[in-house]
Design a protein around this ligand. Structure first.
Ligand code: ZN
Ligand code: ZN
Length: 458
């Protein structure tokens, strides 16, 4: 019950509704209805009680009983109440809003109700109606015709029972532990992580002796020792996506079809990426966080995102960003020098346009990471296996939004993009401009929070 009441607040409910409009419509609306029903029952009960207290006949009967003192007191109170109301605005006129959330009579009804509650709480209040108009206006401004009534009912309930919401604050203090417990239950089992490309055991070394590599962008086979000599690599920088409901695939950079032979982007160098963990191990070895990050660190849950660029050693780590789950503040943003020589900084996606004095060695970056996380810190991210592989870290406490949600719709070959999920769950558009590390981490964190709050932990 308490957890439900937590949502009885204009803001969360509004944002929830706007999410509903995009997805999960049925499920969320159902739970909203539950919510409203409960509140409605409570409001009804309290209005009944109020009605019983206010019946004037009761008062006149009491007069006959000779309970004069009590009656005088009541009369005084009523007179004071009336005079308070008299000082107020004469007419209840809802302030105009653009969203047209409700009819004027409906809005007036709520304003009257709010004014009554305000006076009851504080009989000396000078302008309850004027205040009520403001309170209603605040909500009306942010409401649509779908959310208005329930938000107002909730606000009325909150005004009538402020004590219940004070208690809630205590509950909220406890929720950090509770939230952590739910998050622990959402950590993905090691066997599942392995299926999705996470390296979970230190692989044996395997040196790639071949003198050539295949370009990841255009497919050309090129000589490794000529990689830094300028050439022409033409490609689509976007991903191949399937047109929903069809078998047609197109590039999301320029919407060209799969068999298009006029790629939209061009570069001076071919690039490659090592996919085999054994080959990665030969270039830069993996490390287990439970061996190097044993000391308890400050953060229990972090959003992690890395940026990579192409070098003569493949697709290498160049930046690590960590965001605290609870505050959503960036707690680490470190640039990492790659081992190989830079071929292409992948600026469009990495946001890195040059290597400068801010860059630290890989070992230094691990030191910095170890200062904020330990082996038990839960790492949240989207397609986190790429980041973990780039960092060459093996870590068991992982929540990956591309694997977790929706529960039954992902497979190792199909996963939702962070952009899709963010739109789906948070109704936000991200990654419109250049890729931003912190923004992606915050988006992944917010998606996880959304599910934690809804109690949808798998
Ligand atoms: Zn393209
Ligand atoms: Zn190429």
């Amino acid at each position: 019950m308490l957890s439900k009441l937590k949502n009885i607040d204009g803001k969360p409910i509004l944002s929830k509704k706007s999410n509903n409009e995009n997805i999960n419509r049925k499920r969320s609306i159902d739970s909203d209805d539950d919510n409203e029903d409960e509140v409605e029952v409570r409001i009804k009960k309290s209005t009944e009680k109020k009605a019983r207290q206010r019946v004037p006949e009761d008062e006149s009967k009491k007069n006959h009983n000779g309970d004069g003192k009590r009656e005088n007191h009541r009369r005084e109170k009523r007179a004071r109440l009336d005079s308070t109301l008299n000082q107020d605005v004469k007419l209840i006129l809802p302030k105009p809003v653009n969203t047209n959330p409700a009819s004027i009579p409906e809005r007036k009804k709520f304003i009257e109700r709010i004014a009554q509650i305000l006076v009851k709480k504080n009989p000396d209040l000078k302008q309850p109606k004027a205040q009520a108009i403001e309170i209603e206006f605040e909500i009306a401004q942010k409401s649509t015709f779908r959310t208005y009534a329930s938000t107002l009912r909730n606000a009325v309930y909150k005004l009538q029972h402020p004590e219940k919401f004070e208690k809630n604050n205590d509950a909220q203090l406890k929720t950090k532990e509770e939230e952590l417990r739910i998050l622990r239950s959402m950590v993905i089992p090691v066997t599942k992580l392995e299926k999705y490309g996470f390296v979970m055991k230190i692989p044996p070394k395997e040196v790639n002796e071949s003198l050539t590599r295949e370009c990841r962008r255009c497919g050309t086979v090129f000589k490794l020792d000529q990689q830094l000599e300028p050439t022409t690599c033409i490609f689509h920088h976007g991903k191949l996506r399937r047109q929903p409901g069809t078998k047609i695939k197109f590039y999301d950079c320029c919407r060209a079809p799969e068999d298009d032979n006029k790629p939209c982007d061009e570069s001076k160098h071919h690039v490659f990426q090592i996919s085999k963990p054994e080959e990665k191990q030969a270039v830069l070895p993996y490390t287990l966080t439970k061996e190097i990050f044993q000391d308890k660190a400050q953060y229990n849950v972090l959003g992690i995102d890395c940026e990579m660029g192409f070098t003569t050693k493949g697709f290498e780590l160049m930046r690590i960003t960590a965001v605290d789950y609870f505050t959503e503040k960036t707690v680490l943003d470190t640039y990492v020098l790659p081992y190989g020589e830079v071929v292409d900084l992948n600026t469009r996606y990495s946001g890195i346009s040059q290597i400068n004095a801010d860059f630290v060695s890989y070992n230094q970056a691990l030191q910095e990471l170890g200062a904020i996380m330990d082996k038990d810190t839960i790492l949240i991210g989207h397609g986190l296996e790429n980041d973990m592989n780039a960092m060459r870290l093996i870590h068991e406490q992982i929540i990956d939004t591309s694997i977790l949600y929706p529960k039954f719709e992902t497979s190792p070959t199909f996963r939702w993009s962070l952009k899709d999920l963010t739109f789906k769950y948070l109704s936000k558009n991200i990654q419109i401009g250049e890729h931003d590390s912190a923004e992606d981490s915050v988006a992944a964190i917010q998606i996880v929070k959304y599910h934690v709050k809804k109690g949808n932990s798998p």
